[in-house]
Write a protein that binds this ligand. Structure first.
Ligand code: SF4
Length: 320
């Protein structure tokens, strides 16, 4: 594997025409060692931490099977309207004081429009003014290009829209919107001048080939920030009784994404809690970014513990 890692460092890129089946059963330690070498050589030792806030919760019209906020699920997740600008600005300041340099509002729902969109625009402007060093991201579903342009003008620099899984498996996970909608959204965000953060959720019953296909698609689309979530099954969702992925499987997935997307931020999101030590091993398997603090509907990792752990491993926090 070290040989392949060196080839990637020298410029080789893996594509859908390569036979990548060896990734599935190659020695895990060697795989991770190679992924770590690629990360170190091509990305350096900077780590990018971000935090999110669930800006509007529950009652979503869409039927994503993993999601506790879907109206099609039977969970008791919090249901509330778009938070106030003051609440967002205060939370953004709190996160900024903890040394996190990237902050995103995420809203449940197919899209963001009407009065909530106006509130969001006002909020992004206010956060940009209150925390000028904070990089603002947004995640509001399938938005129109002209509305994405407005987000950009209000201070947002990156738009988050996960492809979630492979094209083949997507319709097993959601039928209220399509993979094509997701790809179109990525294109719209780019044409609005935003960079794109797109990854997905692993452990939803997809095959290894689906995982490879998702990694290859993100590479082909030159996605520079790839969040990887490891499903935390939530009771009441259609995937509520799925078995959890093993640590070995998670490490293998992270490493494979690094080989296929050698220069991207491989961002660990939900599921880091499957590791006792805050997920240090993930950052020796190719990861170099993470969500810190709570996830949307599940508890996450403590930011100061994350900072200490990453500093102890020799990483520097971006912008610090
Ligand atoms: S993932 Fe987003 S679009 Fe899908 S059900 Fe949940 S809130 Fe709705």
């Amino acid at each position: 594997m070290l040989n392949l890692a060196k080839q990637i460092i020298e410029g080789r890129r893996l594509t859908a025409t390569d036979d990548l089946s060896f990734f599935i059963d190659t020695d895990l330690n060697e795989l991770c060692e190679g992924a770590d070498l690629i990360r170190k050589t091509l990305c350096g030792s900077t780590v990018d931490l971000c935090s999110i806030i669930n800006g509007r919760g529950g009652k979503c019209s869409e039927n994503c099977k993993f999601c506790a906020q879907s109206a099609h699920s039977h969970t008791n997740c919090d249901v509330y309207g778009f938070l106030s600008t003051e609440e967002f600005v205060n939370d953004c300041r709190r996160v900024s004081q903890k040394g996190v340099n990237r902050y995103s509002i995420v809203t449940a729902g197919r899209t963001l429009a009407g009065a909530d969109l106006e509130k969001a625009i006002e909020t992004y402007r206010a956060m940009h003014e209150a925390c000028p060093d904070m990089i603002l991201c947004a995640s509001h579903g399938l938005m129109k290009k002209e509305d994405l342009v407005r987000l950009k003008e209000a201070g947002v620099s990156m738009y988050h829209t996960n492809v979630e899984t492979s094209e083949r498996y997507f319709s097993e996970i959601c039928t209220t919107h399509t993979y094509k909608d997701k790809i179109e959204e990525i294109r719209s965000a780019r044409s609005a001048g935003l960079t794109v953060c797109s990854g997905g959720i692993l452990g939803m019953g997809e095959t290894w080939q689906d995982r490879l296909d998702m990694a290859l698609l993100l590479s082909k689309m030159e996605i520079t920030s790839i969040p990887l979530n490891f499903l935390i099954p939530v009771k009441g969702t259609p995937l509520g009784s799925r078995p959890r992925l093993s640590q070995e499987e998670i490490l293998r997935i992270v490493a494979i994404f690094r080989y296929i997307n050698p220069t991207a931020w491989i961002r660990i999101a939900a599921g880091r809690s499957y590791f006792d030590d805050g997920g240090a091993m993930l950052f020796r398997a190719g990861a170099n970014a993470a969500l810190t603090g709570d996830m949307l509907t599940t508890v996450g990792n403590n930011t100061s513990q994350d900072r200490d752990m990453l500093a102890g491993m020799g990483f520097q926090l971006k912008n610090l």
